[in-house]
Design a protein around this ligand. Structure first.
Ligand code: MG
Length: 171
């Protein structure tokens, strides 16, 4: 009916990822370069945090997953800056009429300590997604010395994203 407001449509998505931590590689985490003796191994820059965020957003939009959209068999993504994945996903969201409401991210790692870096990672994610700083959150957890993450051989991340359908203008 004309003049009747359309109910807001929301979708939620989750993303998880894990990468090996290997010596002599640049550590990129949440889009931030962190000076550290080891970095994340991957076809791209291995940024486990941005990969989890990308998958959470794709999941919420029902657009598949990072491995399908940016396959590691494609030379285009060799050593790619993972920010490129988010730029590409933002374009898809724009086409489908979705906007990101908020993102919450947990990084699982034994080291380095992420306390002082969490704000920087949040700012980067907020900028990449075009959302307010307050609509982002970054948590860091150790694995209590357990398993590959606990041994410092891997880093993992879990992210959740909420999307809202942009309201369509009606006459
Ligand atoms: Mg990954």
């Amino acid at each position: 009916m004309i003049g009747e407001p359309t109910p807001a449509e929301y979708r939620i998505g989750i993303g998880t990822d894990i990468h090996r931590l290997v010596p002599d590689r640049r550590l990129m985490l949440g889009g931030v370069y962190i000076p550290y003796p080891a970095g994340l191994l991957g076809h791209s820059d291995g940024d486990v945090a941005l990969h989890a965020v990308t998958d959470a957003v794709l999941g919420a939009a029902g657009l598949g997953d990072i491995g399908t959209l940016f396959p590691d068999t494609d030379a285009q993504w060799k050593n790619a800056d993972s920010k490129e994945f988010i730029y590409a996903v933002r374009e898809l969201l724009e086409k489908k009429g979705w906007e990101v409401v908020n993102v919450d991210l947990t990084i699982h790692t034994e080291a380095p300590k992420l306390g002082p870096l969490k704000g920087q990672i949040r700012r980067c994610i907020a900028g990449l997604l075009g959302i307010d700083f307050s609509a982002t959150n970054v948590k860091a957890k150790t694995n209590e010395g357990l398993g590959d993450i606990g041994a410092g051989d891997a880093m993992a991340a879990t992210a959740i994203a909420l999307l809202r359908k942009k309201p369509r203008r009606t006459l």
